[in-house]
Unconditional design. Structure first.
Length: 92
């Protein structure tokens, strides 16, 4: 059974790591898109019809992959840190 203190620590930790992970994923994607985008520093807006569908879908796929990997990595690290501090498994 998770202690009340441990449970109260988990929510802010989870929110903070989620926000940090989102910022990190955005920064990583931005750097990758600068290198592979078709002379565009910014990824294409899906509503901007001047970009091809293939370009928009490629950007979305790469962004989704990066967000998923970063999210899983940050959540995993947060769970390990939580367990190291509380000696309890974080809630699912």
């Amino acid at each position: 059974m998770m202690s009340r203190l441990a449970r109260s620590l988990y929510t802010p930790l989870s929110v903070a790591t989620g926000v940090g992970g989102g910022l990190l994923a955005g920064a990583i994607f931005g750097q990758i898109w600068k290198r592979i985008g078709e002379n565009d520093a910014e990824p294409p807006d899906p509503k901007d019809l001047s970009h091809s569908t293939a370009t928009v879908m490629t950007a979305a796929a790469i962004q989704g992959l990066i967000v998923g990997i970063v999210r899983a990595t940050v959540q995993r690290a947060g769970a390990h840190g939580y367990r190291a501090v509380t000696h309890e498994t974080p809630p699912a």
